[in-house]
Design a protein around this ligand. Structure first.
Ligand SMILES: NC(=O)c1ccc[n+]([C@@H]2O[C@H](COP(=O)([O-])OP(=O)(O)OC[C@H]3O[C@@H](n4cnc5c(N)ncnc54)[C@H](O)[C@@H]3O)[C@@H](O)[C@H]2O)c1
Length: 446
């Protein structure tokens, strides 16, 4: 099939590349000229395991192309995906300006029937707005051309995006027309061979399904973080509690890791957007408000432990920080807890020596010329002359450092372990002061 992706970010690039891998003829369009120029030159603008090789193979095979020409994009695809950003507006609502710009672009340039697919995460009712925007633009041109708008939310996870897309748990297709659903069924058939993963539903339910999934997962994280803060106060160990509850199949082990709060491009904005949508419907989403509030607090917890440890005397101190990306296997820094922690340290006059396996250039882009930040090329360089080590992202290479070296190099053997990577008893034996999340009173209160 001929496909166009509008938006060549994490979702558009991965999705477009995976569709090309299945033999489709894909054109990825973006308004960001630098991004398209880089892709045309074979450079991948994001870090995503396995993506580079797949982009190169499909580009070489002529099945995957990149362009900034929106008219060409509209003409190319019999199915046109809208995969642009839907950031949180100031009031928390999802900002639909990019989505509706693409809708109008489609209306301006289409000359034959199209299936338009909302792949971006969009509030309930957006497909109607996209339909209205396309119809209005067509009517301004005096054109009468049929089109369908289908909701097909994306569930891929950054860091495992290709595997998620190639072997999805489910494929949600929300459609008001048999033709739109039929086309997407045919497109997804190669991803649906093992057993039927396609869940058909109406458009509004599909739109809500995406938010419901993210809010459900964010709720598990915030509830676990709340339990961790309680465990600190009650001198219990949240890691024992986690294993104790995860073994219940009704609960399970996924998404119950306590830590420094959720970040990334999806959970924070999607929770906010659903709270806003609830408010617009005059419904008070009390649980979701709590999920967000707990998360905002959680991003500070590790800093608060550090502040208490040093009795607030942070001015002039230097800290080693491991892990900048909001989670491992991505360079995405959007809403990353590392940013909250670093900014609190800067505000208190401390310096940060930071390292991340892939998010260094993104950090440099976000903090240009920040005098209190040094980006170190190697993990252990961060430790030189540092007053303590802060671990924020659970990259594998942080799991088993040479603790003797860490202890010798730090000015003071203190570790603030935001992901409960280390065994408190072992670190205690080695002579470290170890603060973690929810591991009991003696390991620092949050
Ligand atoms: N990142 C994820 O893990 C993930 C997962 C599932 C769903 N989503 C949702 O998918 C959507 C896209 O997310 P993302 O992370 O890929 O965003 P992104 O910011 O990485 O990419 C969006 C791209 O859209 C481009 N764009 C903006 N306006 C455009 C226009 N008029 N025409 C063409 N391109 C345009 C931007 O330049 C940018 O490159 C969001 O709604 C997000 O919530 C994201």
């Amino acid at each position: 099939m001929k496909l166009t992706m509008f938006g060549t970010g994490y979702v558009g690039l991965v999705t477009g590349t995976c569709f090309a891998e299945m033999g489709n003829d894909v054109l990825c369009v973006d308004v960001d000229e630098a991004k398209i120029a880089a892709l045309e030159a074979g450079q991948i603008p994001i870090f995503e395991p396995g993506l580079e090789a797949m982009v190169k193979a499909n580009t070489a095979a002529g099945r995957l192309r990149f362009s900034t020409d929106v008219a060409e994009g509209v003409h190319h695809g019999e199915i046109i995906f809208i995969a642009v950003g839907t950031p949180a507006d100031e009031d928390g609502s999802a900002d639909l300006k990019y989505v509706l710009t693409v809708a109008r672009t489609i209306g301006e340039h289409m000359t034959e029937p199209k299936v338009i697919v909302d792949k971006s995460t969009v509030p309930v009712g957006t497909a109607d707005q996209v339909s209205a925007a396309v119809a209005e633009t067509l009517s301004k041109r005096g054109a009468k051309i049929a089109f369908d708008v289908v909701s097909n939310p994306e569930f891929l996870k950054e860091g495992a995006a290709i595997a998620d897309f190639m072997k999805p748990d489910r494929i949600v297709i929300g459609s008001g027309s048999a033709e739109g659903a039929r086309k997407l069924d045919a497109l997804y058939a190669p991803f649906n061979r093992n057993h039927d993963k396609i869940v058909h539903m109406d458009v509004r339910s599909a739109e809500l399904t995406k938010y419901a999934a993210n809010v459900m997962l964010a709720t598990r994280i915030s509830l676990m973080n709340e339990l961790a803060n309680l465990a600190d106060r009650l001198d219990a160990d949240i890691e024992a509690v986690r294993r104790g509850i995860g073994s219940d199949p009704r609960i399970g082990y996924n998404f119950i890791y306590p830590g420094t709060g959720y970040g990334g491009s999806c959970f924070p904005k999607d929770v906010k957007a659903l709270i806003h949508a609830a408010g617009e419907s005059r419904y008070d989403a009390a649980i979701m408000r709590g999920v967000e509030e707990v998360n905002e607090h959680q991003k500070r917890v590790l800093f608060d432990k550090l502040y208490q440890h040093f009795d607030g005397a942070l001015e002039g101190r230097t800290f080693a920080l491991w892990g900048l990306a909001f989670k491992p296997n991505t360079d995405d820094m959007r809403e990353a807890p590392s940013r909250t922690i670093m900014e609190l340290l800067f505000a208190h006059g401390a310096r940060v020596q930071a390292y991340d396996p892939v998010a260094m250039s993104e950090t440099a882009r976000l903090y240009p010329g920040e005098p209190a930040l040094t980006l170190c090329e190697r993990r252990d360089e961060t430790l030189n002359d540092a007053d303590g080590l802060i671990v924020v992202t659970e990259w594998n290479e942080f799991r088993s450092p040479n603790f003797d070296y860490v202890k010798q190099t730090l000015n003071e053997p203190v570790i603030f372990d935001g992901r409960n990577l280390y065994d408190p008893d072992y670190l205690g034996q080695l002579g470290f002061t170890h603060y973690a999340i929810g591991r009991g009173n003696r390991r620092g209160l949050s």
